[in-house]
Write a protein of this length. Sequence first.
Length: 191
Amino acid sequence: MVIASQLRAGMAVRFEGKVFKILVAEYHPGQGKMGGATHARLKNLSTGTLWEHSFRPDLKLEEVEVVKSPMDFLYEDGGQCTFMNPGTYEQIAIPAAVIGLQAKLLQPGMQVVLEFVGGAPVNVQFPDILEVRIADTAPPAHQQTDSVRKPARLESGIEIMVPQFIKPGEVIRLDTVAMQYMDRAKGSAKG
């Protein structure tokens, strides 16, 4: 058991009969007679949906063991993403809906970490940063400001916002957690 004030990102807990992965957890102590609270962003590991919730800091939650295993992505077929353990050659399929929008970032041969709860795969851990190519965006504006953004479509089909100076064909670094532009990749002028 773990008390809510001790929740940390990456943990998995059982709450109201469902297993959740903690994505963000912040404890806010109360003042005077006001009790504190732990504000958390959770991911339901069976459905992939996100949920924001505030817990009483003394609430006891059942901690669930998360086993991590490196896997190679093989292919996606019929909404199922298939991965292979490089050591045992065992193959495992996970619904793309459980992975979420990031499933579109998977490339054959890409190494990721699968998370298992109770022997069942429940989540795919991507690298924090991926280099991706811009497939389509408006022509670059020559103002070199980073604050004004425009929509861009990645080769995977995902739409993100990028600075005005980015042009189609450029390789950028993408924050896979927030799904946001970080900066240009080194040597990315491959138009």
